[in-house]
Design a protein around this ligand. Structure first.
Ligand code: DQA
Length: 154
């Protein structure tokens, strides 16, 4: 039985739909969860979709992924830009990682241009709203099937 993909969401993402909709869109996290799970289902994969406002809980879940997941899709929210603890956990997990953001962080404030997640990630998806979660599932499906997204390594 293939292990699930952990799709982990960081602080304030529980407020999707009401939080700055001009930036993050009108979809709620439950909507995003549904589209993520449904895309995974069509690819024969399972998803464990979680959200926490706590850095420590995210670290615990990333540690859990080492044994419990085939890969990690992570929207770490603002912890992306601050958390060495999350980077250390991702490196320790030894699982493929895709970094994800709803917004295009590179069109936004300079402090969002630096990511502590990126050095541990195979790739980054940002700027496509909830659709990005489906794109991340597709990319992770290729990675876990060992299809040659590896060719893009640089
Ligand atoms: C975010 C971008 C982050 O800069 C921000 O702090 C978030 C959400 C995104 O999904 O666009 O909370 O990760």
């Amino acid at each position: 039985m293939v292990k699930p993909i952990f799709v982990l969401n960081g602080p304030n993402l529980n407020l999707l739909g009401v939080r700055e909709p001009s930036i993050y869109g009108a979809e709620t996290l439950a909507d995003v969860r549904r589209r993520t799970e449904s895309r995974a289902r069509t690819l024969g994969l399972g998803v464990d979709f979680r959200q926490s406002n706590s850095e420590g809980e995210l670290v615990n879940w990333i540690q859990e992924a080492r044994e419990g997941a085939c890969g990690i899709i992570l929207n770490a929210g603002a912890y992306t830009h601050t958390s060495v603890a999350i980077l250390d956990a991702l490196n320790a997990a030894e699982r493929p990682v895709i970094e994800l953001h709803l917004s295009n962080v590179f069109r936004r404030e300079a402090f969002r241009h630096h990511s502590y997640v990126s050095p541990a990630a195979q790739g980054v998806i940002c700027g496509f709203g909830g659709k990005g979660y489906e794109l991340a599932i597709e990319a992770m499906a290729d990675i876990v099937a060992d299809k040659p997204v590896k060719a893009a390594k640089g």
